[in-house]
Design a protein around this ligand. Structure first.
Ligand code: SF4
Length: 412
């Protein structure tokens, strides 16, 4: 009952720990939009139409903007546009300069500082693009970019070169050419629709696109990558879910970074998708000021499971231009992973990856659990630091008799 009480009054019991508070599902509330009708507030098109997109709007709603945010917002529309849905804006704590939601969507002047190793296309997508809007980087799957628009813009976005069209990239996906390429390549069995956000397309457009892809016999598996359930849960209507469920097997990867993003609205939206039989995964980006803390991360991952979402990837932040202020170190990422594996449900533990610069693809990285290995045995440690030996035959087959002598293993 405690969570129900917290949901209703938003108060925290005296002495509550931060992680206890973050575990609760709360509504984002109406905030500045208390006079808006329920019908409008719950209408995703109303939310899009009333996004915060200018410095004037932002300043009016949030007079506590810091000088860094003020200056960053002034310049944002030359780099990556400012846009925040009213729903998501209500998650920002205007009194807290370190609010983890604020760091994700409010521009800062640090975005204009670019280090020599930072890039506008850190994953080398453009160089693996056989037709506009299609990235073919791995052997059996493609990334199909459907739009350059998102409901809100993440300040660390890997595709900030094209999303929001602030830099004049002038992205024009050509669906006919993209589909023709997939149809002509029988090795492609998996198509990931992303962008920008594919759930910004109307139901009709999306249905048309999914139908055309489903009609290609060698396309076995469809995926959508979307942050809409988190930025704009109103978009996850029963009609959308009914349309999507025609295209199974269809998986959805959402993108959430902090437990505060998982509100009652998001819980309900994800429930609707899960009830439509859509397997749900989450991709988080490891971000300074947001989730570079083991307790916050664990709370977030556990809360995702309660939303019926399997944490899929934790990304080391790409070397996108102007993102240094948001990037946590790999060392920090490994420390966090160390405090997850074995310490909580295996389903809650994502794969921590670095998307290798210039198109090398995702490389999993993990704390070292294999301490040494030779032809006869593997020496491993568990999450408590206890050491174990696992014998194996010199030729790599399973061992049927104990080895007569086990040599000291060489370090890997
Ligand atoms: S939702 Fe995804 S594509 Fe859109 S700005 Fe955020 S990270 Fe980029």
């Amino acid at each position: 009952m405690q969570s129900e009480e917290l949901k209703e009054n938003g108060d925290e019991p005296p002495g509550a720990r931060l992680s206890d508070s973050l575990k609760q599902f709360r509504s984002a509330g109406r905030g500045f939009w208390s006079n808006v009708s329920d019908a409008d507030w719950n209408d995703w098109r109303w939310q899009l139409k009333h996004r915060i997109t200018t410095l004037e709007q932002l300043h009016r709603l949030m007079p506590t903007l810091t000088p860094e945010e003020h200056a960053g917002t002034q310049l944002a529309n030359h780099k990556l546009a400012l846009a925040i849905t009213p729903y998501f804006f209500n998650l920002i704590d205007p009194a807290d300069e370190n609010c983890p939601i604020r760091w994700q969507v409010i521009p800062r002047i640090e975005e204009t500082h670019t280090a020599a190793w930072e890039m506008s296309d850190p994953c080398g997508e453009d160089s693996h693009s056989p037709v506009p809007g299609l990235v073919h980087r791995y052997p059996d799957r493609v990334l199909f970019l459907v739009t350059d628009r998102c409901a809100s813009y993440c300040r660390y976005c890997t595709r900030s070169r094209l999303v929001s069209n602030a830099t004049g990239y002038d992205f024009h996906p050509e669906y006919d050419k993209q589909i023709a390429y997939i149809a002509a390549h029988p090795e492609i069995r998996d198509v990931l629709l992303s962008g920008g956000d594919p759930l910004l397309l109307s139901d009709e457009k999306l249905e048309n696109l999914l139908s055309r892809l489903r009609a290609i016999p060698h396309v076995e598996f469809l995926r959508l990558g979307t942050r809409i359930p988190v930025f704009l849960p109103q978009r996850i209507t029963p009609e959308l879910c009914a349309m999507l469920k025609q295209f199974h097997p269809l998986f959805i990867s959402i993108h959430s970074n902090h437990p505060r993003e998982l509100t009652t609205e998001v819980l309900d939206a994800l429930g609707r998708l899960a009830d439509a039989g859509i397997p749900l995964g989450n991709q988080s980006v490891l971000l300074r000021h947001v989730n570079d803390d083991a307790e916050v991360m664990k709370t977030h991952l556990q809360k995702l499971l309660r939303c019926r979402v399997k944490p899929y990837y934790l990304y080391q932040c790409d070397l996108i231009s102007g993102s240094a202020h948001l990037r946590a170190s790999v060392r920090k990422g490994l420390e966090i992973m160390e405090q997850l594996r074995g310490h909580t449900t295996g389903y809650a533990v994502p794969t921590y990856v670095i998307d290798a610069p210039n198109g090398g693809g995702k490389v999993p990285i993990s704390p070292e659990y294999v301490l040494s290995r030779n032809a006869d045995r593997v020496v491993i440690r568990n999450y408590e630091g206890k050491i174990f030996e696992y014998p194996e035959a010199a030729d790599g087959t399973p061992l049927v008799a104990a080895p007569r002598e086990i040599e000291e293993p060489a370090l890997v």
